[in-house]
Design a protein around this ligand. Structure first.
Ligand code: FAD
Ligand code: SF4
Ligand code: SF4
Ligand code: SF4
Length: 379
């Protein structure tokens, strides 16, 4: 049976929970706010299925081939504006919905927490659009996807690399009618940190949130903003460099332990397609860059290629070299470094206001002094 000895050995994909034939595993929140499986040992029949489907215990060995890579964005400017990068996810998902299929991805629930959800029509697709920088709970979606696949419907399942490998191991066989899309992934922050941040903003603005986006392009795609609209009409909008939550995320102080030892970030993936922000597009494919959002698309299978080819009229695109587009130094290709104050941050999280924790992100005094001297000499 599944037993988590080291937190970094569980990415929280939920495959074991959904597979257990005795329903004797449940996801429980730890003190940092991340979900981990917990087994009811009395009910367990030691069938071993939970271990068999775990994508961390049984990491797929990938062949080293270079996938085809594209810089692309949707020509529909409205759709692109609402998407984090170039809007490729929506265009790909629409293909599945047009065939009567189902699309799975991450959506906010009524309490602004992030859960995986399945949708069947284009209006509902808006729920999945846009990056939510919080770990998404897959809940029962692997089982729901399997049911739709067995009914012969096309299924497009999107998520982080670890969630996609969890789904594939859960399914245990290849389905012709399944398309998988993983995102380039920096890491996932704790749902408790997100909740604390949002409640702090609601208290500050004296009203509940009615709309949230982590990726407003009001100031451009590169300099994107966290934007929260409140029920009393107030608006919070701050760029990634100034917003506290985005800094906690990007400086790696609140990520899941498995994200500091990620086994899913290679250039080669088990998915059909990988999508991400094409940071550095101005150097590799400047014709596909206008600072309104460009996606990087990696194609890993013939199914993925067929879907990209079907989009030729709807996107502006250019083929690029995968290694140049996503060099080994990119944060979505290697595990990020643990922040030196991570432990202290989580120790303080539940008894201090979140704005009091921003100071933990500062570099040590020695580094700051060195930087000042360097800048002074330069001048
Ligand atoms: C936690 C996280 C970290 C990321 N890190 C990087 C990075 O380091 N480098 C990079 O280039 N790109 C990263 N991305 C991907 C990027 O932000 C865009 O999601 C991606 O480029 C797709 O953009 P789009 O315009 O095609 O579609 P959009 O409509 O913007 O994206 C929607 C897609 O993102 C998925 N999604 C949204 N939130 C989550 C979530 N919490 N968990 C799982 N799936 C989610 C949806 O299911 C859907 O498939 C990250 C995304 C997330 C959610
Ligand atoms: S060994 Fe089988 S019964 Fe026991 S927890 Fe794992 S899947 Fe469930
Ligand atoms: S299957 Fe997923 S949730 Fe279960 S132990 Fe493995 S990584 Fe964790
Ligand atoms: S960094 Fe790796 S382990 Fe963390 S969510 Fe992304 S794919 Fe999963």
């Amino acid at each position: 049976m599944i037993c988590i000895n080291k937190k970094s050995d569980c990415c929280g994909c939920g495959a074991c929970v959904q597979k257990c034939p005795k329903n004797c595993i449940s996801m429980k929140k730890d003190v940092e706010g991340f979900l981990y499986p917990e087994v009811d040992k009395e009910a367990c029949v030691e069938c071993g299925l939970c271990e068999k489907v775990c994508p961390v215990i049984h990491k797929e060995k990938m062949e080293k081939t270079s996938p085809k890579a594209y810089a692309a964005y949707a020509k529909d400017t409205g759709m692109r504006e609402e998407s984090s990068s170039g809007g490729l996810f929506t265009l790909l998902a629409e293909q599945t919905l047009q065939k009567g299929g189902m699309v799975f991805g991450a959506a906010f629930d009524g309490n602004w927490q992030v859960k995986h959800t399945g949708v069947s029509d284009t209006e509902e697709l808006a729920l999945l659009r846009g990056s939510k920088y919080v770990q998404s709970d897959t809940k029962n979606t692997f089982a729901e996807a399997k049911q739709a696949l067995q009914q012969g419907r096309e299924v497009l399942f999107s998520g982080t690399g670890c969630q996609i490998e969890g789904l594939q191991r859960y399914l245990g066989k290849k389905y012709e009618n399944l398309i998988t899309i993983d995102i380039l992934c920096h890491g996932v922050p704790s749902p408790d940190v997100w909740e604390k941040y949002l409640r702090f903003q609601e208290k500050n603005f004296g009203s509940e949130a009615e709309y949230v986006t982590f990726r407003s392009k009001r100031q451009g795609w590169r300099d994107f903003s966290m934007e929260i609209r409140f029920k009393n009409g107030a608006l919070y909008s701050e760029t990634l460099a100034k917003d506290l939550y985005m800094q906690l995320f990007l400086k790696n102080i609140c990520l899941r332990p498995s994200c500091y030892d990620c086994r899913f970030k290679s250039l080669n993936r088990t998915s059909d397609l990988t999508i991400g922000d094409f940071w550095g597009v101005e150097n590799v494919a400047p014709a596909i860059d206008d600072d309104r959002g460009t996606s990087l698309v990696l194609v890993h299978s013939q199914k993925g290629m067929d879907m990209m080819q079907a989009l030729q009229k709807a996107v502006a695109f250019q083929e690029v070299d995968a290694e140049a587009a996503l060099p080994p130094s990119a944060e979505s290709r290697h595990s990020v470094a643990l922040h030196r104050n991570r432990e202290r941050f989580f120790r303080d999280l539940h008894h201090k206001e979140i704005d009091k924790l921003g100071g933990l992100l500062k570099d040590p005094l020695k580094t700051r002094v060195k930087r000042k001297i360097k800048n002074f000499i330069k001048k």
